[in-house]
Design a protein around this ligand. Structure first.
Ligand code: G1P
Ligand code: ZN
Length: 540
């Protein structure tokens, strides 16, 4: 066995987006594509001697191959140790926990999150640093620059490593420890929540369905909900991780989690429903015939922090991405908690958590979490909701409606226009940005523009400044936000976020209530004229 130096040609597209490098599987399968990217990371890290990383993924197509490449490149670059989930599985939240618990130098999670998998689907690599969160832009930009100039990489020449058995093995000087990816994560959840109270809930006959969408959370959910908490067997559906997710699009929302929606809206629906995405950081919460918008979920979780053992003595503050509804900030204001507004992407919460400015945070895109780790956490959110139910004895719908009674309701929908040519999308955004100053004070029917500007975030910790999206605010407590997706693998997706706050009038249908605002949003940005689309491809 030897270390080989291989000469290579750089790719020019290895730029990380909202959450790591995300590409079509076939792009990642090109010669030396993974090798170039991973070597670029090690080049930016510098001396890897003594460093320890976690490695794993959501089990999607090409995970097994990419993992072997990363193991061999890590060994050749002098990494001391890799901690790898058995069979190469680790969820994004569990990886973050492993980094923090063991004080590791970072990790690699192989996932394209909620995007479909398979040879015609997507693949991705997320790189985390010692914070337990994804590397900040200052670092990912350096990696991108490096990847455009890379000329060679180092790789250990050896047989593939067997990852099916727990235990320790060596590759040259590097130690490889294969661990049970579920065990420590489950133990952490047991420390945060009152598992006895949850066991009692299930013992009384409470029924739930959790849809793991044939992705990585299956083993986590079976262990925690069925084995530890006593939910009836079969409560977790689509529990076995499959390379192509069984053809599912593992995005837990009303469009893609159809099987679960049908169960929850059907006869004899269980009391509670939830789903997670491919790598286990997103969640959707459902009651019988009832959907909790992620922005509301964050607000409700925040309002109920004192019910959970780990937070009962108080929380520091809360944060949401700018595109997430303002609901959580109303709870913050009422409870004297600071409420931060950051760009889209979990990495922007990390500094706020590290500096103890916030404890909870979330995004409208089905992401909720707390400072127990530095990623959003799907199962954590589900356990939080179950805990609220156990403590209050109320249903999901009752909890949510009571919240609206108390704080008013923030109606919210997001319209996505997908597959737009990049030039068209870029021009639309640039022209819209140029037009913003002329909109102020203008009235469109009931909507009078009070503010119109790009969203600019100045990080209070590291002083960096990020521009992300365009916001138009109206005098009647409504907002429109436009931004381009940073997680797509081809073309552009224009996201248009619509929100309207109502103190009364709490029982409307979101799509109905927001119809005029959504139409106005499309009109202001000239969406139909420029994209030819008369309606959004996906509405969530
Ligand atoms: C999307 C979501 C964003 C989330 C990210 C990773 O990014 O909108 O909130 O953090 O996926 O899960 P986008 O495609 O909008 O850049
Ligand atoms: Zn994800």
């Amino acid at each position: 066995m030897t270390i080989k130096t291989v000469s290579t040609t750089p790719y020019d597209d290895q730029k990380m987006g909202t959450a790591g490098l995300r590409k079509k599987s076939k792009v990642v399968m090109q010669e030396n594509y993974v090798e170039n990217f991973v070597q670029s990371i090690f080049n930016v890290i510098g001396d890897a001697k003594g460093k320890v990383y976690v490695l794993g993924g959501d089990g999607r197509f090409y995970n097994d191959i990419a993992i072997q490449k990363i193991i061999k490149i890590a060994a050749a670059n002098g990494v001391s140790k890799l901690i790898i989930g058995r069979n190469g599985y680790v969820s994004t939240p569990a990886a973050s926990h492993i980094i923090l618990m063991n004080k590791l130098d970072g990790g690699f999670v192989l996932s394209a999150s909620h995007n479909p998998g398979g040879i015609n689907g997507d693949f991705g690599i997320k790189y985390a640093n010692q914070s337990g969160g994804q590397a900040p832009s200052q670092i990912s930009d350096k990696i991108y620059q490096e990847s455009k100039n890379i000329r060679e990489y180092k790789i250990y020449e050896s047989e593939d490593i067997d990852l099916s058995e727990l235990g320790t093995q060596k590759l040259g000087d590097m130690t490889i420890e294969v661990i049970d990816p579920v065990k420590d994560y489950a133990a952490m959840m047991e420390q945060i929540f009152d598992f006895n109270a949850l066991r009692q809930l299930f013992a009384k006959g409470f029924r739930m369905k959790f849809d793991a969408m044939n992705a990585v959370t299956g083993p986590y959910a079976v262990k925690i909900f069925e084995e530890m908490l006593g939910a009836e067997k079969g409560s977790v559906i689509n529990a076995k991780p499959l390379p192509d997710f069984g053809g599912l699009h593992p995005d837990p929302n009303l469009v893609y989690a159809k099987e679960l929606i049908n169960i929850m809206n059907g006869k004899d629906a269980p009391d509670f429903g939830a789903a997670n995405d491919g790598d286990g950081d997103r969640n959707m919460i459902l009651g019988q015939n009832f959907f909790v918008s992620p922005s509301d979920s964050l607000a409700i979780i925040t309002d109920n922090y004192a019910l959970i053992p780990a937070y009962k003595d108080g929380i520091f503050g809360v944060a949401r991405s700018a595109a997430t509804s303002t609901a959580v900030c109303r709870v913050g204001a009422a409870r004297n908690l600071p409420c931060y507004e950051v760009p889209t992407g979990w990495k922007y919460f990390v500094n706020l958590m590290d500096s103890k400015r916030i404890t909870f945070c979330g995004e409208e895109s089905f992401g909720t979490g707390s400072s127990h780790i530095r990623e959003k956490d799907g199962i954590w959110a589900v356990l939080f909701w179950l805990s609220i139910i156990a403590a209050t004895g109320k249903s999901v719908a009752e909890i949510t409606k009571a919240h609206w009674q108390k704080y008013g309701r923030t109606y919210y929908i997001r319209n996505d226009y997908e597959g737009v040519p990049t030039e068209v999308a870029d021009k639309l955004m640039a022209d819209l940005e140029a037009k913003l100053p002329t909109l102020k004070g203008k009235s469109f029917g009931a909507y009078t523009v009070s503010e119109a500007a790009p969203f600019i975030y100045n990080d209070p910790v590291d002083g960096s400044s990020t521009k992300n999206g365009l916001i138009i605010k109206f005098a009647n407590d409504s907002r429109i936000i436009y931004r381009l997706s940073g997680t797509g693998s081809s073309g552009a997706t224009i996201r248009v976020y619509n929100e309207q706050y109502k103190k009364d009038d709490l029982t409307g249908d979101s799509a109905e209530v927001l119809k005029p605002l959504a139409a106005l949003a499309a009109e202001i940005a000239e969406i139909t004229l420029r994209t030819g689309k008369t309606k959004a491809d996906v509405t969530t």
